[in-house]
Design a protein around this ligand. Sequence first.
Ligand SMILES: [Zn+2]
Length: 296
Amino acid sequence: MRQPFLALVLGGLFALSASAQTADERASWNAPVEPFRIFGPLYYVGAKEVSSFAIKTPGGLVVIDGGLPETAARIEASLQKLGWKITDVKILLNSHSHFDHAGGLAELKKKSGARMMADERDAVQLESGGKGDFAWGDDNPFPAVKVDRRLKDGETVTLAGVTLTAHRTAGHTKGCTTWTATFEEKNDKGDTERLRAVFYCSTSVPDPKNYRLAGNPRYPEIAADYERSFKILRDLPCDLYLGAHGSMFGLEEKAARLRAGDRRAFVDPAGFRSFVEKSEKRFHELLAEARAAAKP
Ligand SMILES: [Zn+2]
């Protein structure tokens, strides 16, 4: 089945329009990645382009994002390689309700029995399996997943002393959630180092034609939501920069540096700022085009 090419930033360049994603592209997004510890209790358990993160707590695991439907098996294998069972997952979170980040959640929830928690706006799409999407209608379905706890903007999720905060950075989806948390580990001198992690949802406009930034009856406040999201992201404290797509934050290159012994490889506040800036600039170009086109 051909799927549209989503929200993609490769090598810092934005894909400007939606196009069909070939089976080869999709397989390359789902290519396996050896799971590894990023910092403190935070682990990478996703595939090459579709991210998934596990956070270890004394009460079990929190997992952020389920990738594509076929990524669920990869995530489970990654957890096993790290010495866990799928039933150790107690809470499932999501960046946003698109098939490449929410696709594997239903299977992960079924196998783990974990509670699914998501922004109340994206919960609608998670429970419909992506159907009735404001931009794509029923064109990009994924296995529907029941949401056990609906979150408002700014709400927190806690498991055994580890807390994550949900920041609604909407536009890409109506409930696109940038998660933040502070993690700690001992540095080489034995001192505790605390780092603030940002799990960037997405602020791309994957498909300007269907996203309709001006005069959109299915999402009238879309442009205002994007603007608000950029403001939130510009002000967000960030040490560890992470995101829904591996290419957003240089997963491969940073993982290689980490393997080579740089334990702060994922510390990249400048990379985060620069990504927000580029994304905002691109959004404003597309908004101007949409407004010009919408003029009578
Ligand atoms: Zn997306």
